[in-house]
Design a protein around this ligand. Structure first.
Ligand SMILES: [Zn+2]
Ligand SMILES: [Zn+2]
Length: 243
């Protein structure tokens, strides 16, 4: 795992597949996503390296239920006792009640998915978070980052959310948006359950004022993020989208 300082109060934890983020308000931390199985103890190490304890993590916010965001978060929840928050539509899959709907793959995504599958560690025998999931609807303002707004961003999964910290100009997109591993270009996230809806969500996130954008995969944009997201979103064909 690599720990990368994005801002003095924001660190990115980069795992072999996926990324998590630690936001710091004084001695209180918020974890956004948790990486694949096996990442929980690595997150605890990153917290300790910041001079804090796992119990200083006040909440774990999941952008969606996919295993590269969930499994490490479940481990870290057990280590820290931090509550787990996720959107209502993804909560049953976060709890492991069902595997969750698979993506509708574009043809060009299939070889990428096959490659990712070779890197993913085995999942736990009974994946999912066994405790209470604090269910979000979107529109809430969470008590970190001077007010973190929960933005519904369906399409990658039905319960995908983003977090927008207007005071700091920071946006966490989950997998609604990504940065290309090849050239760092901002792009629509891959492996979506509904590509049209995902593109509509991408456009909505691009319209938010943000300087810094943090993705589930790929390097963050650290300046003029809104412009970078808008420029990327505008390269996709205009689609009529029913929401
Ligand atoms: Zn995902
Ligand atoms: Zn992901």
């Amino acid at each position: 795992m690599d720990v990368i300082e994005v801002l003095p109060q924001l660190h990115m934890l980069r795992f072999p597949v996926g990324q998590a983020y630690l936001w710091r308000d004084g001695d209180a931390l918020t974890l956004i996503d948790g990486g694949t199985a096996g990442s929980g103890p690595r997150i605890a190490e990153a917290v300790t390296a910041l001079g804090l304890r796992p119990s200083d993590v006040r909440r774990i916010v999941l952008t969606h239920f996919h295993e590269d965001h969930l499994d490490g978060a479940v481990e870290f929840a057990a280590l820290s006792g931090a509550p787990v928050l996720a959107h209502r539509a993804d909560a049953p899959f976060v709890r492991g009640e069902a595997p969750g709907p698979p993506p509708v793959f574009e043809d060009w995504e299939l070889p990428i998915f096959a490659e990712v599958a070779t890197v993913l560690p085995p999942r736990p025998a009974h994946p999912g978070y066994p405790g209470e999931v604090h269910e979000l609807d979107g529109g809430e303002v969470l008590d970190f980052g001077d007010g973190a707004r929960v933005i519904r961003a369906p399409g990658h999964t039905d319960g995908s959310i983003a977090l927008h910290l207007p005071y700091h100009g920071v946006l966490f997109t989950g997998d609604a948006v990504a940065a290309s591993p090849v050239d760092g270009r901002v792009m629509l996230g891959v492996f979506n359950v509904d590509g049209k809806q995902a593109l509509a969500s991408f456009r909505e996130l691009a319209a938010l004022e943000s300087d810094v954008a943090c993705f589930g995969h790929g390097a963050p944009v650290t300046e003029h993020a809104s412009a970078a997201l808008c420029a990327s979103a505008n390269r996709y064909p205009r689609l009529e989208v029913e929401r």
